[in-house]
Design a protein around this ligand. Sequence first.
Ligand code: ZN
Ligand code: FE
Length: 251
Amino acid sequence: MQVVVIPALSDNYIYVLLDEFEPQTAAVVDPGAAAPVLEYMVQAGRRLTAILNTHHHRDHTGGNAELLRHFPGIPVYGGAEDRGRIPGQTVFLRGGDEVAAGGVAAKVLDIPGHTRAHIGYWFSSETGHDLFSGDAVFGATIGNLFEGTPDAMFRSMQNIRALPPRTRIWCSHEYTLRCVRESAAVDAHNPRLAARLRTLEATAGMGRPTVPLLLEEECLTSPFFRWDDPGLSRLLGTPPGLPTFKRLCEI
Ligand code: ZN
Ligand code: FE
């Protein structure tokens, strides 16, 4: 599977998934806008065969209706709990369900917290592992808790951390530099996080996307994946585990 990154709106990423053995088709993840996706389809000579949504927010689903006008009848995937909130939704998924797109099977991950119905799509094949994580996780941080509790987000992060370390994380916004900077101020004793910030600052001017993130690096640098790190717990004055994670959510 090949992933095409399409910047959209102010700082969103829309992802087009290509099946290397199917040169005529493509699937799309979280089309917040239709125009850039249609433009890509025309230029690449491909037909859209599926829309995969991680959650109902408009910057992730705003292009659904227009895309369905151009490609009528294609399936629109989303979480079962998002019924009625995702335009054109036809498939209502739960954690553990499987879907196929881009010639690869994906396992659905229940990762609520940003919204109560947020899901992720974890693709796995011999070419590697790819997680489309919407607004659940960003570089060195998590998404805003709009509809979920820290407890729910903690379970979601546990589920993500349990994936293979080489999993590529395709999050839906370019927030990495800002969030790594904020987290480096909180977890000031993590030399790997400080080094990550220096690298990002040195390359920021080039305007290149920082996606995909790598789970392995997130586990070493994101405080939200290091709830059981003794040094971080000591720094925050909280016991390791959920209390440390909750404290991070308050900062
Ligand atoms: Zn969102
Ligand atoms: Fe978003």
